[in-house]
Design a protein around this ligand. Structure first.
Ligand code: TXA
Ligand code: MG
Length: 335
């Protein structure tokens, strides 16, 4: 069964509002009542609720079908708030916040006792970030407390990168979705533990190891991962096959004529242009930055198109390409 198609038939889509004064006010009213809002960020859309209201946070877990042991990211309006959310702000945390915020870097710090247990899934740490998106920034400035916001997908689904993805997938679990357009980055933030003197990457994202100054170094606790990375991020109904760069022509040539009609392809533009007719091109990308932006949308489109398998051409593992390949390997893992 193609879950997306089945899902969108049964869920009445949530309303999508422009982020004008009317839309913002409606979102603020919903959040004040303990409700949830689809919030655009530069990475992916978040499912936002009051991080300090345990009932609102419980609604987030329920709406996503998220395991209770997978903690949420707390989103701030101002870097100064870090001192209130964290029990201890290390010099490293301070330096990375000053360098990368606002931006797609999530810092894992020792949690202040005031952060509700449910928000941090019982851990003594909390993940914090300050998003770089005008709509998220405005919303965060105008709410009295920080917002907890996981990616606004049901657990095990691709993260949403457009307002419609949230509206059709979550339906009335959200009061509304603010439409901030397509997310400019397209993959989730980099998560780093900053309790020590060197950052430990727990989840790859668009802020790279090079940017963090830890390229090529072995890190203590390197094998440590975010709780969320234990779960399959995306288990499509169709198998995803990763094809080496330059190998798509041969991969397509190896398909039987019957297979060819039901196989979807995501590949570089020049590769796509050279494919034989009849191949179901789902998306063509220019480079790893472009694929990062379009990847989750392409995975959804492939479902909607009813493909029986999806061939994806690998990108260079530089910059955000590393996070893209991380997500693709997870999607392609046998299940
Ligand atoms: O870009 C993003 O980070 C998006 C936008 C909406 O901000 N949010 C997002 O949240 O991707 P979510 O919940 O889908 O992923 C958060 C990741 C999970 O892998 C979770 O396990 C990890 O961060 N995480 C949260 N709190 C943590 C903690 N205290 N220690 C280690 N990992 C943590
Ligand atoms: Mg997520």
């Amino acid at each position: 069964m193609l879950t997306m198609g089945a899902h969108s038939e049964t869920v009445v889509p949530a309303s999508v509002l422009a982020p004008d004064e009317h839309g913002l006010q409606a979102a603020l009213d919903a959040l004040a009542r303990g409700g949830l809002v689809g919030m655009p960020t530069e990475t992916v859309y978040g499912l936002a609720g009051d991080a300090y209201d345990p009932d609102a946070v419980a609604r987030i877990f329920a709406a996503k079908g998220r395991p209770a042991d997978n903690p949420l990211i707390v989103h701030l309006a101002d870097p100064e708030e870090l001192g209130r959310v964290a029990a201890q702000v290390t010099p490293l945390a301070r330096r990375l916040a000053a360098t990368f915020w606002p931006g797609p870097l999530t810092l894992v710090v020792e949690a202040a006792a005031s952060v509700p247990t449910i928000t941090r899934a019982g851990l003594d740490t909390v993940a914090v970030r300050l998003p770089d998106h005008p709509v998220a920034a405005t919303l965060l400035e105008r709410t009295p407390r920080p917002l907890a916001a996981p990616s606004a997908n049901r657990s095990g689904r691709p993260s949403p990168t457009r307002a419609e993805h949230v509206a059709t997938e979550l339906g009335d679990a959200v009061a509304l979705v603010l439409d901030g357009g397509p997310c400019p980055v397209g993959v989730e933030s980099t998560v780093v533990d900053v309790r020590g003197t060197r950052p430990v990457v727990l989840r790859e994202g668009s802020v790279t190891r090079e940017q963090l100054g830890i390229e090529g170094t072995r890190q203590a606790g390197e094998d440590q991962r975010s709780p969320g990375t234990r779960y399959r991020h995306y288990a499509p109904a169709y198998p995803v096959v990763l094809v080496a760069r330059g190998g798509m022509g041969a991969a397509v040539a190896a398909l039987t004529p019957e297979e060819r009609t039901s196989t979807g392809v995501v590949a570089g533009r020049s590769t796509v242009d050279a494919l034989p007719p009849g191949v179901r091109v789902i998306a063509g990308y220019t480079d790893e930055v472009d694929l990062a932006r379009g990847l989750y949308g392409a995975l959804r489109s492939a479902e909607d198109a009813g493909v029986t398998r999806l061939l994806v051409e690998a990108v260079a593992e530089r910059g955000v390409g590393r996070a893209v390949m991380d997500r693709l390997r997870r999607a392609a893992a046998p299940h």
